[in-house]
Design a binder for this molecule. Structure first.
Ligand code: ZN
Length: 56
């Protein structure tokens, strides 16, 4: 379980696993910040904030 905070509306929500289409359930913004939980392995997390790329 990982906890994210929406950078747009500040809504905090939890997800069981990170998916490519992860977004805020409230405002559907894709810019969310990881506030609790382990970072994704193999991915650079130099910044606290990150954006989830949209896969078409
Ligand atoms: Zn939001």
């Amino acid at each position: 379980m990982k906890k994210f905070k929406c950078l747009h509306c500040g809504h905090v929500f939890e997800v069981e696993s990170i998916s490519p289409g992860l977004k805020c359930p409230k405002c559907l913004n894709r810019f969310v910040e990881l506030v609790e939980g382990e970072p994704i392995k193999g991915k650079s997390w130099s910044s606290k904030s990150f954006s989830v790329p949209k896969i078409k």
